[in-house]
Design a binder for this molecule. Sequence first.
Ligand SMILES: *[C@@H]1O[C@H](CO)[C@@H](O)[C@H](O)[C@H]1NC(C)=O
Ligand SMILES: *[C@@H]1O[C@H](CO)[C@@H](O)[C@H](O)[C@H]1NC(C)=O
Ligand SMILES: *[C@@H]1O[C@H](CO)[C@@H](O)[C@H](O)[C@H]1NC(C)=O
Length: 308
Amino acid sequence: MTLSTAVTTGALAALLAVSHAATIQKITAPLDSNPSNVGFYLYVPDKLAPNPPVLVNPHWCHGSALDAYKGTQYAALADTHGFLVIYPDSPNTADKCWDLSSPGTLHHGGGGDSLGIVSMVNYTLAKYKANAGRVFATGVSSGAMMTTTLLGAYPDVFAAGSAYSGVPFGCFKAADTTTSKNSSSLVDVWSDACATGRLTQSPEAWAALVEDAFPGYAGWRPKMQLFHGTADAVLNYTVLGEEVKQWNAVLGFPQTPTTVTPNTPLPGWTKSVYGDGGDWLEVYSAAGVTHNIQQHESLTLAWLDLSS
Ligand SMILES: *[C@@H]1O[C@H](CO)[C@@H](O)[C@H](O)[C@H]1NC(C)=O
Ligand SMILES: *[C@@H]1O[C@H](CO)[C@@H](O)[C@H](O)[C@H]1NC(C)=O
Ligand SMILES: *[C@@H]1O[C@H](CO)[C@@H](O)[C@H](O)[C@H]1NC(C)=O
């Protein structure tokens, strides 16, 4: 019996696809600085692009690096487009949420999970001669919050990000009233005031959190793409408006969109673009969609300029 009679064409294609795909690796090499001991998983496709871009894909709460690897299309897309994917793994074994509230994680070079992840980026850039000008982040829920934490605290490292169902940078810390705000134990804060959208503040107050993350920084600010469902009962839809205020203020844009396109990419989803003369903040509002929002990898890849 020949192979071609033993398996259907589809199964053979799947077999070949599997045999060509690389596998995720756990990296144990020492990093410059990983104070909270974030786990480091890396996907290197068989065919790397020359001077490859780097995508960081932090997982959601109660998830892991391997869940993110298996649960999204990014590794398969890396096979097609030749970029590297870093899957960090939260050291917080209690709930596997990211540290989005400690003074360390919220400050450039300050420590916490964000610094460990940036050290992974540094390692990857050096080891694979990757492109320091094309480092990106994307994630859902806690992974979205880590995406905005990375972009806010390390605008010199990340060129753009895509955040699905997150909150503004520093929101949990800003909304926290239970702990001394300067306490370094402020690691696993969940704030109902933030999550329910009760904490609303001015664009300037939101932007100040980002500016305080890296005092004196006057360089490039990353582009931001946001997605949020109107029926999100975990992180209320109101927080999307707070995020829009924050990033428009950080980027120096007016708070009104330059274009609004209904039914994009799906019926009931509305795309709004902010900023004059360039796509710097792109926002998708998804009518009737819950916290379990569908990721649109193709839109995210296009936004991060990873599909070429
Ligand atoms: C990353 O590398 C740059 C350039 O070598 C260095 O300035 C920076 O401190 C490094 N950051 C981390 C977190 O290792
Ligand atoms: C936190 O630190 C700031 C700046 O160092 C200081 O002004 C403030 O009083 C401190 N707050 C608390 C609660 O310790
Ligand atoms: C979001 O918050 C608003 C205002 O409190 C509330 O009316 C709405 O029901 C909340 N949405 C969800 C999905 O819980």
